[in-house]
Design a protein around this ligand. Structure first.
Ligand code: NAD
Length: 324
């Protein structure tokens, strides 16, 4: 019988790529997703989709009933600004519901519980860049606080209830299927607007840097986390390289043939000026490092958005971001 993986948030950007990969590797996959930011079109038809809010006790009950080998927990209220406006709503999804899933997973003796943590949102002006796991997390938003608190709960379940919990703290992920209407996906937002010839705004000076990592590299890290069953983490999953928003603008303008000047937007309040993650620990313990150069990842992403623009008019949806 095939091994079963449950992927929460499997209709979202990263989760849907993970589902595809698990299916390729012979897993049976079931997705829990309320489609609040994800889409049914993202979900591989070979996976079973349960349209469920993780705050609904039925989500944890599904884990009890299905007894999967692995739970990948990616469903989240993923907007920092929503978390600032409504910390209670954020905690209901990102903390309480996570706790309910941890409890169910520990009861059913799940072999691996993989949590999508955040690296970027833990950065501050005080940390050395690129940042390793030795630095104390300084979560500055309710979103980041809930992510770190979930890691502490995960550690409790690992120690007290023998649940093999691992957290991967992701840098700024980009690639095909990223929602261009979200707030975090600057590459998706710029690409979509540039391809349509629409105005593009750079917030602040544009000199602020982030660690942009291609989604396939993230999926490799998720897969490594189930191969290395004793690894504990948390692990920083990034490229270690910083790219400024101004540089991103130039690279994407070249790839899309955009020749308008960028507009100016207000600087993001409270956001650190620099951020990048050092992944030495992931290399040592998971045998993982990021392999996709930024220029290649951007090419693949722009290519996907171009194809999506074309096929949307024909009412179909490209499933993969792979170069043909
Ligand atoms: N994209 C990044 O750069 C990044 C960086 C660090 C961490 N992460 C984390 O990775 C995970 C996936 O992020 P993503 O970029 O794919 O975002 P996404 O919004 O594309 O995916 C999240 C998925 O969760 C689903 N979801 C949200 N609330 C839910 C709920 N209450 N019940 C059930 N499903 C719900 C959404 O419908 C969506 O399909 C999240 O946990 C996010 O916090 C992402």
């Amino acid at each position: 019988m095939k091994k079963l993986a449950i992927v929460t948030g499997g209709a979202g950007f990263i989760g849907s790529h993970l589902v595809d990969r698990l299916l390729i590797e012979g897993w049976s996959v079931e997705v829990i997703d309320d489609l609040s930011t994800g889409s049914k079109a993202n979900v591989n038809p070979k996976a079973k989709l349960h349209m469920l809010d993780i705050r609904n006790p039925n989500a944890a009950d599904l884990i009890r009933k299905k007894k999967p080998q692995v739970v990948f927990h990616l469903a989240a209220q993923a907007s920092v600004s929503v978390s600032v406006k409504d910390p209670i709503r954020d905690a209901e999804t990102n903390l309480h519901a996570t706790l309910a899933l941890l409890e169910a997973a520990s009861e059913t003796k799940v072999k691996r519980f993989v949590f999508a943590g955040t690296g970027g949102a833990l950065s501050s002006e005080h940390v050395r860049v690129p940042t390793d796991e030795e630095h104390a997390a300084e979560p500055a938003s309710p979103y980041a606080i809930a992510k770190v608190a979930s890691e502490y709960y995960g550690a409790f379940y690992r120690l007290a209830k023998k649940l093999p919990f691992i957290s991967l703290r992701l840098a700024n992920v980009y690639g095909p299927r990223q929602n261009p209407h979200g707030e975090a996906g600057v590459i998706a937002i710029f690409t979509k607007r540039m391809l349509k010839g629409e105005p593009v705004k750079i917030n602040g000076s544009g000199q602020q840097t982030r660690d942009y990592i291609y989604v396939e590299d993230i999926i490799e890290a998720f897969m490594a986390s189930i191969r290395h069953k004793d690894a504990i983490g948390p692990f920083h999953i990034g490229t270690g390289r910083e790219t400024s928003v101004n540089d991103l603008f130039k690279k994407l303008a070249d790839l899309t043939g955009y020749n308008r000047k960028p507009g100016k937007g207000p600087a993001d309040i409270g956001a650190p000026t620099r951020s990048a993650l050092k992944s030495k620990k992931a290399y040592k313990e998971l045998g993982w490092s990021a392999l996709t150069p930024l220029d290649e990842g951007l090419w693949l992403t722009v290519d996907w958005f171009k194809r999506m623009q074309t096929v949307q008019t024909q009412n179909t949806f490209p499933k993969s971001g792979k170069r043909k």
